[in-house]
Design a binder for this molecule. Structure first.
Ligand code: DGL
Length: 261
């Protein structure tokens, strides 16, 4: 048993979709979440900037004595994970590997990936999927408006509906077996995406995949906690809309603290 917390970070509210899945699967863990609202959005920033920011956050989480770190952000996973793994000894898990490992099996012939500009341009989803299963056809698309809309809580209004419609219009006829939500803000649009793409497509929420893989990892390494399960949420800028959106989207009271980094 290991009572130390699990560190999680994202640029804003998106990582809460991951925290929600982790909490469901691993309710007895303590979590420390950093939402880097001061630097949102990550999706349009350079790789160098994302690496620099991610290092600062990882250092902060390590100073809070976490047992491992979950990068609950597709952009930071695709741009910084490899670098971070070379620098730090602490286990760091991103959203891409668990998703590919758990979901890209022989049943999937054609998959679509939507994510931020930085993630799509890195091509890390393609290379990781191809390594696991080279016969899968992969379509990918930058959908940069979705994360800022989620930060505003615009997940079901006319603007959100039009944006999803526009982004998905050329994928309707593609007969995709699966759609990977390559940015952690996107599970908030699952309903609208399903409306556009139909009932048969499998929509993959990376938070669920991390939760499955993490449960296994904690068990195998004797790192599980059996406590009451606490949550500390830190934001780098508290003037953001985070609290309102988090309440509206996740229907729970959240207490936030300011952190300078
Ligand atoms: N939630 C993030 C991701 O998964 C970041 C979105 C952003 O900050 O642009 O990519």
């Amino acid at each position: 048993m290991d009572t130390r917390p699990i560190g999680i970070f994202d640029s804003g509210v998106g990582g809460l979709t991951v925290l929600t899945e982790l909490r469901k699967k691993l309710p007895n863990e303590n979590y420390i979440y950093i939402g880097d609202t001061k630097r949102f959005p990550y999706g349009s920033k350079s790789k160098e900037t994302i690496i620099q920011i991610s290092k600062r956050i990882v250092d902060t989480l390590i100073s809070k004595k976490v047992k491992l770190i979950v990068i609950a952000c597709g952009t930071a996973t695709s741009q910084a994970l490899e670098e971070l793994k070379q620098i730090y000894n602490i286990p760091i898990i991103g959203i891409i590997e668990p998703t590919v490992e758990n979901q890209m099996n022989e049943k999937v012939k054609k998959v679509g990936v939507i994510a931020t500009r930085g993630t799509i341009r890195s091509k890390v989803w393609e290379t990781t999927i191809c390594k696991k299963n080279p016969s899968i056809a992969i379509l990918s698309k930058e959908t940069p408006l979705l994360a800022p809309m989620a930060e505003e809580g615009w997940i079901d209004n006319e603007v959100a509906k039009s944006a999803i419609k526009e982004y998905m219009k050329d994928w309707k006829e593609e007969n995709l077996d699966a759609l990977i939500l390559g940015c952690t803000h996107y599970p908030l649009f699952e309903k609208l995406l399903r409306k556009e793409l139909g009932d048969t497509i499998k929509i993959i929420n990376t938070g669920k995949e991390i939760a499955k893989s993490l449960e296994q990892y904690l068990k195998e390494n004797d790192l599980k906690n059996e406590g009451i399960g606490t949550e500390e949420i830190y934001l780098t800028d508290t003037e953001s809309n985070f609290l309102n959106v988090a309440k509206q989207l996740f229907h729970k009271e959240i207490k936030i603290q300011k952190i300078d980094l």
